[in-house]
Design a protein around this ligand. Structure first.
Ligand SMILES: *[C@@H]1O[C@H](CO)[C@@H](O)[C@H](O)[C@H]1NC(C)=O
Ligand SMILES: *[C@@H]1O[C@H](CO)[C@@H](O)[C@H](O)[C@H]1NC(C)=O
Length: 853
């Protein structure tokens, strides 16, 4: 990016920057909670369904649940068995009472399917109440409820239940669809009164917490599903959905205190609670929660020496996520209050010093813990706060404002019992995977024993002189037999046994033997090569069962360590998303480093844009492909355990499957995104010419915004159907990013778009799209949108296109799809140049350094 660009663009940049400033300002107002008592959260995905209800149901908290007929399209069954009563017994106290008055009954497996616009944490709330029905006795119903990834309820029943049952879950959705399945037990049926599926703010659950036992950090929380067991407004009254920022209910804590006489509640006006920039936000808990607390009854008395103790009964076979809310509303000055926090008798925080943590009084703070199932001995969790030895302060006191306890999904992927989604029992020692491993170990040992016996016999026959000779070459004697089960032995001897074991438990991909892959590619035949990268060659392979796979074989001469390779596999195999090319498995036998991926039948996106004879894609399809790729990147940045930067986003790394679903590939180059403390990952410049973030180039600092820049180039490439760098063109046109921005500023964008698109693209859609691409290409990372925002804009562009194409008739669409020949006059030698750069620069697994210039 030369200086000339700045010269010509001053007016534009001014307006662009002021736009961003304005939006930052708006964002800031939206988020500066301190002065506002009411904070509104608008969930992107929001499905509120009052099942069985003929009309919509408004609640006191301001929300309206849709009627059953309005939501029937989400449901897989046409069968309508509904039931209702006029009023619910008075002993039920809940603002959601109207929801329990109607229910839907399912006699067979039935599915609700919801589109997810914004992946991430979502609430699922289920409302049950056994209503009377002439032919179905709802108290006898036994059924299971599951999403696509987690079992919520297993063989659930409301037997002997006279009150309403409310179940609340937080699940992290990574795909763009969620299904909720109701499965009745044999000869029984299922029912549901109301369903909520609502987006939760990303920041609600962070990925890490403090592990209580053993003490340490717990990471990877976003890989779990959570079920709310208890949520308490300590020292205060019930807080109903109406007064909560996320429609939660906070129960009073009295009944959970083991020694209520020792506690004294404290309360201040909710608007004196001051949310700080970096502490808790109103979404973590509303000010109603922070404005009340329990403290020690005899606080101030030096001898006061006991703990405030809450005992919460739980199912001890699960691990729990525990969040404690604190807000010093009891002190008169800073540095007066110090106390210890215990979880199940173990130290959670030694000498919690709220003054230092929040630099103020009445400033909310929260702390997350994970308590492992192995550390739970009773049917309960105890939470305690108590004074520290008086060395630290003259006053003894301790407080708690709020407490949340959530069950974490177990290794069977369930929140209720040990049955996994497929209905199999996943007991500790009877898992099918473990069995398989033991079987293969057994088989291998058997083969070994037979071999030894044969050796023994042969040697015994040949006499003692040969014996010594043979023994020295024992291992080399085994190697040539490297087929079928024997390859397992050799791989085991090379320490990859452990990775095979862990893959059996679902941590890594599948392990492939070298011979298996050699057969699949007909001995790595050159004709099977479908791609070449810095890592090595990519082969199309066909497994024995006919499945096609892409096999990426690392350069044997590389310096890549086997450990690094294993780390890579572990990371890659954890990333599962509809818009990421999945790693199926790997092979590390004989110092080979081979990755096996799902095969993408329609190849790289670039081949569908230029430089080949493939028919051009219509605008709608291009948009859908961009949206898919954006989703994949968004997931890499935000959805994975630790954010991941792709580092080499380009049209050859966006692959299309047989139905043209876009999937991002080659995130092997990826490095974990910076954590909160660091703001960037400093590293040698990698990536491809024409896609490189100028900021990254200059400062060698890598952020997710570098991917956003590259994606902006991809967007223009898709629109203009030409390479990112085309040296054949006049100088000012060589770099697509510069050229497109220049044309756009002059209002001449339409002159450079793919001629196949002209006439088929609505100008509103085009405008929105170019706007999105332009923002991605902002000079500085901070000015660029997040992938989530880009995604949003692209979806908007698609909607605009659809709105306008409804005005045209179908014939238009047909013209659109017609293959056009002779369009690849632009490709040519330029392709080779960027491909060369790919080989040198974009090594996915190795760390060659590219000296930018
Ligand atoms: C909830 O909000 C209403 C109206 O703002 C208020 O009158 C009421 O006291 C609040 N109560 C709680 C603690 O839920
Ligand atoms: C508070 O509870 C912890 C853990 O159960 C215990 O070790 C400690 O002695 C208790 N403190 C007091 C003052 O009773």
């Amino acid at each position: 990016m030369g200086g000339a660009k700045h010269g010509t663009s001053i007016p534009h940049f001014l307006s662009f920057h002021s736009l961003i400033l304005l939006s930052l300002l708006l964002f800031h107002i939206d988020n500066s909670f301190s002065s506002l008592s009411v904070v509104k959260y608008t969930p992107t995905d929001s499905y509120l369904i009052d099942c069985g209800s003929p009309q919509t149901t408004p609640l006191d908290d301001g929300r309206t649940f849709k009627s059953d007929p309005e939501t029937a399209s989400f449901l897989s069954t046409d069968e309508n068995i509904l039931t209702s009563i006029d009023s619910i017994p008075d002993n039920v106290l809940s603002s959601s009472l109207p929801l329990y008055k109607t229910a839907r009954i399912f006699r067979d497996d039935s599915l609700y399917r919801f589109l997810i616009i914004r992946p991430g944490w979502h609430w699922i709330r289920l409302y049950f109440y056994p209503l009377p029905h002439p032919s179905y006795n709802l108290t006898s119903a036994v059924f299971s409820v599951a999403t696509d990834s987690v079992v919520l309820l297993h063989d659930f029943t409301l037997k002997n239940n006279t009150t309403v049952v409310f179940k609340e879950y937080l699940i992290n959705i990574s795909s763009d669809e969620l299904s909720l399945k109701f499965s009745p037990m044999k000869n029984s049926f299922a029912f549901i009164n109301a369903i909520e599926l609502v987006s939760a703010p990303d920041a609600l659950i962070s990925d890490s917490a403090s592990a209580v036992s053993p003490v340490g950090d717990f990471n990877g929380l976003s890989n779990y599903a959570l079920e709310v067991s208890h949520r308490l407004n300590v020292g205060g009254p019930i807080v109903t959905p109406e007064n909560d920022t996320l429609w939660r209910t906070w129960q009073p804590d009295n009944q959970f205190m083991t020694f209520p006489q020792g506690a004294k509640s404290a309360a201040v006006a909710p608007d004196t609670v001051k949310y700080s920039e970096d502490g808790a936000t109103p979404f973590i808990a509303p000010n109603w929660v922070y404005a009340t607390a329990d403290q020690m009854a005899d606080s101030g008395v030096v001898e006061a020496n006991f703990n405030l103790t809450w005992e919460i009964s739980i199912d001890p076979s699960f691990s729990y996520f525990i969040r404690m809310h604190f807000c010093d509303i009891v002190s008169t000055g800073l540095n007066e209050l110090y106390f210890n926090v215990y979880v199940n008798g173990m130290m959670g925080v030694s000498v919690l010093d709220l003054s230092t943590l929040t630099s103020g009084l009445a400033v909310p703070y929260y702390k997350d813990f994970v308590l492992n199932a192995s550390a739970i001995t009773n049917d309960s969790i105890t939470v305690q706060v108590g004074p520290v030895s008086s060395v630290h302060s003259s006053l003894t006191n301790a407080i708690l404002n709020g407490l949340e306890v959530m069950k974490m999904s177990n290794s069977a992927g369930s929140l209720d019992g040990l049955f996994s989604l497929d209905g199999k029992f996943q007991g500790l020692h009877s898992g099918p995977n473990t069995m398989k491993i033991f079987e293969s170990v057994g088989l291998a040992m058997g083969v070994m024993a037979v071999l030894l016996l044969i050796i023994g016999i042969v040697l015994w026959q040949r006499g003692p002189r040969d014996w010594g000779k043979r023994r020295s070459s024992f291992s080399s004697w085994l190697l040539p037999l490297n087929s079928s089960h024997c390859s397992f032995l050799s791989s085991k001897s090379k320490s990859s046994y452990s990775s095979y074991f862990s893959s059996g438990l679902g941590l890594g991909g599948r392990f492939f033997t070298f011979s298996e892959l050699r057969d699949a590619t007909e001995n790595f035949d050159e004709n099977a090569v479908i791609g070449i990268g810095g890592f090595g060659k990519v082969y199309l392979g066909e497994m024995e069962d006919g499945t096609k796979v892409a096999i990426k074989r690392g350069n044997p001469s590389s310096a890549q360590g086997i450990n690094e390779f294993h780390t890579e596999i572990q990371m890659l195999s954890k990333l599962r998303h509809r818009h990421l090319v999945s790693l199926i498995g790997y092979c590390d036998e004989q110092a080979e480093m081979i990755l096996v991926y799902e095969y993408m039948a329609n190849g790289p996106l670039r081949d569908h844009l230029y430089g080949s004879t493939l028919p051009p894609l219509p605008w709608r399809q291009r948009l859908e492909i961009c949206i898919g790729a954006a989703r994949g990147l968004h997931y890499l940045h935000t959805g994975a355990a630790q954010g991941i930067i792709h580092r080499d986003v380009k049209t050859t790394n966006i692959l299309l499957d047989e139905t043209y679903v876009a999937k991002v590939s080659d995130f092997g180059l990826s490095k974990a995104a910076p954590s909160l403390e660091q703001t960037h990952v400093s590293t040698a410049v990698k990536g491809s010419f024409g896609y490189l973030d100028p900021e990254y180039f200059r400062r060698q600092q890598l952020t997710e915004k570098s991917d956003v820049y590259s994606f902006g180039v991809v967007l223009f490439e898709v629109l203009c159907a030409r390479p990112a760098i085309d040296p054949k063109l006049p100088r000012e046109q060589v770099n697509l990013a510069e050229w497109a921005m220049q044309r756009h500023r002059k209002g001449l964008m339409k002159t450079i778009i793919d001629p196949h698109l002209t006439g088929n693209i609505s100008s509103e859609s085009l405008m929105k799209y170019v706007e999105a691409a332009e923002k991605c290409l902002a000079e500085y990372g901070v000015d660029r949108p997040s992938m989530g925002d880009v995604l949003w804009n692209l979806e908007f562009a698609l909607q605009l296109q659809e709105a306008s194409s409804q005005l045209f008739n179908d014939a238009e669409e047909l013209i659109n799809l017609e293959p056009l020949q002779g369009k690849d006059t632009k490709g040519g030698p330029s392709l080779d140049i960027s491909d060369d750069s790919e080989v040198v620069v974009c090594s996915p697994l190795f760390t060659e350094t590219f000296q930018g210039r």
